[in-house]
Design a protein around this ligand. Structure first.
Ligand code: SF4
Ligand code: SF4
Length: 207
């Protein structure tokens, strides 16, 4: 049998007196330093569901799920898969509103409960879609945030302006009347950039 070296003996004696160097986790809570970068979580009241974090996420842990509901309304879901997340904090660093994501110091997501939801999180809100082609534009919260940021300049963009007016109860939820040709009235609808351009081209240059 190999004889212990003097240094190893010294370490063993020190450990007997001072106790083990290793932590007792998971039998006791681990000591976390305040700067520890742990699990990111959406802050629902601040997040405007703009999707910028989905674009910045290097591991595709965040997904945008845009759903048209049976009643004709639409929902945007921001979904985060913690099994893909590498806890780099880029989503929080580049968040449009700066406080849409909180970096917690939680790190232990392991569980024996197969029905547990610790592996993902999601938040949702109203999605605004093009009244002509049905393409998703962005969330209602995002458009209202833009309206607030732009102030009176928001009047220049009908999609932002109409969404704002609807949120104030000052515009009706009219159904878009589909026509073969475009008319000027169509511009006063919530439209994606592609449809607005097509209507303007038809209106101004008869394309
Ligand atoms: S912490 Fe990094 S990997 Fe995790 S969701 Fe945010 S950007 Fe993606
Ligand atoms: S507000 Fe921030 S957290 Fe919410 S979707 Fe936009 S970038 Fe992501």
């Amino acid at each position: 049998m190999r004889k212990p070296k003097l240094r190893e003996l010294q370490e063993a004696i020190k450990a007997l007196i001072k106790g083990p160097y290793t932590t007792k986790f998971p039998f006791a809570p681990a000591e976390i330093i305040p700067e520890f970068r742990g699990k990111p979580v959406f802050v629902e009241e601040n997040c405007i569901l703009c999707g910028a974090c989905e674009q910045i996420c290097p591991s595709d842990a965040i997904e945008i799920r845009d759903i048209i509901n049976e009643d004709g309304t639409a929902t945007r879901i921001m979904y985060r898969n913690y099994l893909r997340c590498i806890w780099c904090s880029q989503c929080a660093a580049y968040c449009t509103v700066e406080n849409g994501i909180e970096i917690t110091n939680e790190f232990d997501l392991s569980t024996l409960d197969k029905n547990s939801d610790t592996g993902y999180e999601q938040i949702e809100g109203k999605l605004v879609f093009c009244e002509k082609c049905g393409a998703p534009i962005t969330s209602e919260k995002h458009l209202l945030w833009l309206a607030e940021k732009l102030g009176t300049k928001a009047f220049q963009n009908q999609t932002i302006f109409i969404t704002y007016m609807k949120s104030m109860g000052l515009a009706d939820d009219e159904t878009y009347v589909k026509r073969d040709e475009y008319i000027r009235e169509d511009l006063n609808k919530i439209l994606c950039p592609k449809c607005r351009r097509a209507i303007m081209m038809a209106e101004d240059w008869s394309f």
